[in-house]
Ligand binder design. Structure first.
Ligand code: ADP
Length: 287
């Protein structure tokens, strides 16, 4: 070690024997009994735009195609996945780890709400604790033979989503937007984050895109004209789906029967997700 050593290898050019290389891979190991083939993260600029709905519908769509799907609910402070699927029971564990709860059609779910004694207990945790809980959902849960895991990310591009993206090897990101947000800014931020994390953006989903009038069958753009196609073009991204405002969607979420809801907006996404599997990040990572 040089006499002038300041114990800061990252800004030092000395080639001494005590040199410590900076850690660049923060990925956490999956539970040794788990098998997860592809991981897709669903992000949004803020809460309430339908990120959980998009996550749920993607899992339901791929499940209907015969894939075993799972949802890791990383939206720890606003966990809405268990309610949308009508899950009342709590997650159990065995001597090896935590077990996800299965929905009616066999989708595996893990969420902080499945661990809280009382569903309505607020989660008043600071960022690092939230990120830690999500990491535990990855490493302490036994995810059995999952073809597609969808992660309902915490909203925004702050500390918590970034920590989650650094610790879990995500294969691609889907950005859920709604026309009443500042879509252009949100997409730019998501693109920036994805580039920094080196994760591809699979595409954008516009929720609450329009309302189809049941009386005359016409579509109305309640929140004004959508700019999603133009914004997608600017970033060279695909618009994967446009979902209407539909009171039946809200009702299905409220009644916990989202997996029985018949909407085929995500059919075109199936093929795209199938292609992702061919060069999954998980194959090059901690496994
Ligand atoms: P987020 O995950 O972004 O916070 P959610 O998916 O939980 O948002 O949706 C927020 C609320 O809006 C839920 O009660 C849901 O049922 C309702 N909702 C979402 N999308 C639609 C839609 N397209 N039509 C009607 N209600 C919707």
């Amino acid at each position: 070690m040089s006499e002038n050593c300041k114990q800061n290898c990252s800004s030092c050019s000395e080639k001494c024997t005590d040199r410590k290389e900076a850690q660049t891979d923060f990925h956490i190991k999956l539970h040794e009994m788990s098998d997860v083939k592809r991981v897709i993260g669903i992000v949004s600029g803020k809460g309430g735009v339908g990120k959980s709905l998009v996550t749920s519908m993607l899992a339901v769509t791929m499940n209907k195609k015969g894939y075993h799907t799972a949802i890791l609910d990383a939206d720890v402070t606003g966990p809405s996945i268990p309610k949308a699927f009508g899950i009342k029971e709590k997650a159990m564990g065995n001597e090896f780890g935590l077990l996800p709860v299965k929905t009616k059609t066999g989708i595996d779910i893990m969420s902080v709400n499945l661990l809280l004694e009382n569903d309505s207990d607020p989660v008043i945790w600071r960022g690092p604790i939230i990120a830690n809980a999500v990491q535990q959902f990855w490493k302490d849960v036994i995810w059995d033979n999952v073809d597609y895991m969808f992660i309902d990310m915490p909203p925004g591009t702050g500390d918590v989503p970034i920590t989650v993206f650094q610790s879990i090897p995500v294969d691609g990101i889907i950005v859920a937007t709604s026309p009443q947000e500042l879509v252009s800014m949100i997409v730019s931020k998501a693109v920036n984050m994805a580039e920094k994390m080196n994760i591809p953006i699979i595409g954008l989903v516009e929720n609450m895109s329009y309302f189809k009038c049941p009386d005359n069958g016409k579509d109305y753009q309640i929140f004004g004209e959508s700019h999603i196609e133009k914004i997608a073009d600017e970033h060279n991204l695909k618009v994967l789906a446009k979902i209407p405002i539909d009171p039946k969607i809200a009702k299905a979420c409220d009644e916990g029967i989202i997996e029985l809801f018949d909407g085929n907006w995500f059919e075109p996404v199936v093929e795209i997700l199938e292609k992702i599997g061919e060069n999954s990040n998980l194959k090059n990572c901690c496994g």
